[in-house]
Design a protein around this ligand. Structure first.
Ligand code: 4AD
Ligand code: MG
Length: 448
């Protein structure tokens, strides 16, 4: 009979039929005159069995990991107690090598030794992503992005695609990547926020999924030089509305991902031996910045002063990554940390009414990762914005289009940015965000 060409994910519905499959040799075992191949095509894994004369051919005897093959045969369900992906296997009647991978010293497993040091593994990233862990992470990442878009559709936000090449900073000059743009200095975007704000009068509430770039000068578990930034901006709302929206977005998006059994299986696989992912319970805890300082001091979590001497936290301090992580891990659930002092936050943030030293700002902190979202209400008054440029030493000229938003019909509005790799590190219990990026970019280890 003619073999139907299928992707491995379709194998279950093709049981009992003769099919043709193309893929990569993921695992290989010769036993009792038979050859067992776990074939991988990105859509799934399929055990294929070569027996009799087929397993004694030159191609079968010299087959190597990561070679590509095409193979035909019937898919049979296996009796209870057998172990094969999806509990079925393809009984091969023919196969052919498409591209043979090397054996010996050049063999695949010598390129992606899991014990190799991280910089070697980074160089071999194009091969590492073929592994079960890395590909599971990338599959969950795809599902998460799709789920975010579905949540935004439900919540009535429209997707836009702001530019990556810009002439303005959003989060301070220290982390800007500069480049030459036809003879003028330009930057890679740190955040699409200012562009999203310009869309409110024409499109209403908007979101984007865009790469952001930060020249982060130190190696940490949670900083990349390029990351995927999910950002949104909403008009005519209060700070509390904004917090409710972020909570709804996160919970809806995570719940949808967990409701997909295939994705749930990948998440459980990535957590194996380390517990299991606990979806956050609502409402999220809301903690004022000043209460956080008190909490840190009550728990003897110190910070170094200007001379490197450890001491208590003081109101006005930026809370460092390590202290933030200790607090979040101890509390063990999502925390909206709100109302940061104006001096440690961005120029565009509006003040707490009646408490002008503090801003209507929020960081969402997650166990094991820390900050995954940063957001705020924005200054909506023109004069206040002009004063903010001045205070921060920002030349208002290149921001004329942003300033115009306060001139031509201003509105109370707010928004936030979420680091996709950080959310994944939380969801998938990863040690570093570098595992959650396809090709992570970060400062070389040798650079100081
Ligand atoms: O807190 P940030 O700097 O806020 C902004 O950029 C705002 N303009 C966003 C907005 O309001 N539209 O960054 C937002 C989030 C952080 O909470 C973090 O999750 C992620 O972006 N992030 C990074 N992720 C990986 N590597 C880095 N270097 C990151 N810097 C920020
Ligand atoms: Mg932040």
């Amino acid at each position: 009979t003619e073999a139907t060409r299928i992707k491995i994910r379709q194998a279950t519905e093709q049981r009992g039929k003769r099919v043709r499959v193309f893929g990569w040799v993921h695992r290989l075992r010769q036993q009792g005159g038979m050859t067992f191949v776990i074939l991988r095509d990105g859509s799934g894994y399929l055990q294929c069995v070569l027996s009799g004369r087929l397993s004694q051919t030159y191609d079968a005897l010299t087959l190597t990991l990561e070679s590509t093959i095409q193979i035909t045969g019937v898919i049979n369900q296996l009796p209870e107690g057998k172990t094969a992906p999806e509990n079925h296997e393809l009984t091969a009647d023919w196969f052919a090598v498409v591209g043979k991978a090397p054996g010996g010293d050049d063999a695949f497993l010598n390129q992606v030794n899991e014990d190799a040091d991280p910089s070697q593994l980074a160089d071999a990233r194009h091969l590492v992503i073929r592994g079960e862990n890395a590909s599971a992470i990338l599959k969950v990442r795809a599902a998460l992005l799709q789920s975010f878009r579905q949540s935004y559709a439900n919540l009535g936000l429209l997707e836009v695609t702001p530019p990556c090449m810009v002439q303005t900073q959003v989060e301070g000059g220290a982390t800007l990547f500069a480049f030459d743009y036809y003879g003028e200095q330009a930057y890679l975007t740190q955040s699409s926020q200012l562009y999203l704000e310009t869309c409110l009068p024409s499109l209403g509430d908007v979101f984007c999924v865009q790469e952001s770039f930060r020249a982060e000068k130190s190696h940490t578990r949670r900083h990349l030089s390029e990351y995927t930034h999910v950002e949104a901006e909403l008009a005519f709302l209060t700070f509390n509305d904004l917090l409710d929206h972020i909570e709804e977005l996160i919970c809806q998006t995570i719940d949808r991902v967990l409701a997909d059994p295939k994705i749930k299986e990948l998440i459980d696989f990535l957590w194996a031996g380390k517990g299991k992912f606990e979806p956050p319970s609502r409402p999220f805890m809301r903690m004022d910045y000043r209460d956080a300082i008190k909490w840190l001091n009550d728990h003897n979590i110190t910070r170094p002063d200007d001379n490197g001497v450890e001491g208590p936290h003081v109101v006005g301090d930026d809370i460092a990554e390590a202290a933030e992580r200790k607090m979040t891990d101890t509390i063990g659930r999502p925390i909206f940390l709100i109302n940061f002092p104006k001096d440690i936050k961005s120029f565009y943030m509006s003040r707490v009414p009646g408490d002008e030293e503090y801003t209507e700002s929020v960081d969402l902190l997650m166990p094991n990762v820390g900050e995954i979202v940063g957001g705020s209400m924005r200054i909506s008054d023109l004069d206040e914005l002009l004063a903010a440029y001045k205070r921060e030493g920002i030349d208002p000229e290149p921001y004329y289009w942003f300033t115009d938003q306060r001139k031509y019909g201003t509105s109370p509005h707010g928004g936030y940015g979420l680091g996709l790799e950080r959310l994944l590190a939380w969801l998938l219990n990863r040690y570093t965000v570098r595992e959650c990026s396809l090709y992570p970019r970060c400062i070389p280890m040798t650079t100081s």
